[in-house]
Design a protein around this ligand. Sequence first.
Ligand SMILES: NC(=O)CC[C@H](N)C(=O)O
Length: 216
Amino acid sequence: MVSEQTSPTVVVGVLALQGAFLEHMHMLQNIPSVKEVLAVRTEEQLNSVDCLIIPGGESTAMALIAERCNMLEPLRAFVRNKPTWGTCAGMIMLADEATGAKKGGQQLLGGLSICVNRNQFGTQKDSFETMLHFPTVLGENRPFHAVFIRAPVITAIKADDVEVLSRLESKVGQTDAETIVAVRQGHLMATAFHPELTRDNRLHQYFVHLALQHKQ
Ligand SMILES: NC(=O)CC[C@H](N)C(=O)O
């Protein structure tokens, strides 16, 4: 009998408590090694995925909903071991430290050894789009169209194994130290912008590739 060659696949979860989760789910549809895309709202759903995307939205609201749904601790345990990608508000959630947090502080998941400033570029009307280079991930000459909406920025890197994936090149009034907008630390990845709002799924493909590597 001829044995059937099956290529490895992953189940991707998208945290669906608040924010742009549907758009992420849509972006994952046509990636061949994605077996299934799940909206994650419960611990049980979280336990059935291989990796997780935490979308953009509003990190304070997302943290509050997670707390009320008893999801903070399960999420903290998940991100310690499993590939997780935080985009915009999701990046804030994954950071070990955030400045510009709401009065009285806000809950973070932590895990990524970075400090972020929550609303680096101002309010909704200060949103902008720009081309970003991801030399190690996408190649030198294949920039990514990035949409920044009330976006955070990485203000400090706190461990040697945090790899900077991309920096803002056209500075929008920030200092040199405040240009880091995408990082990876082992199984964790974070981007300050909304990659799900374009038609370009290359970063989604890259994350799925990380998840496949982690699973093997
Ligand atoms: N588009 C976004 O996800 C904005 C995030 C927002 N700055 C926050 O604090 O959560």
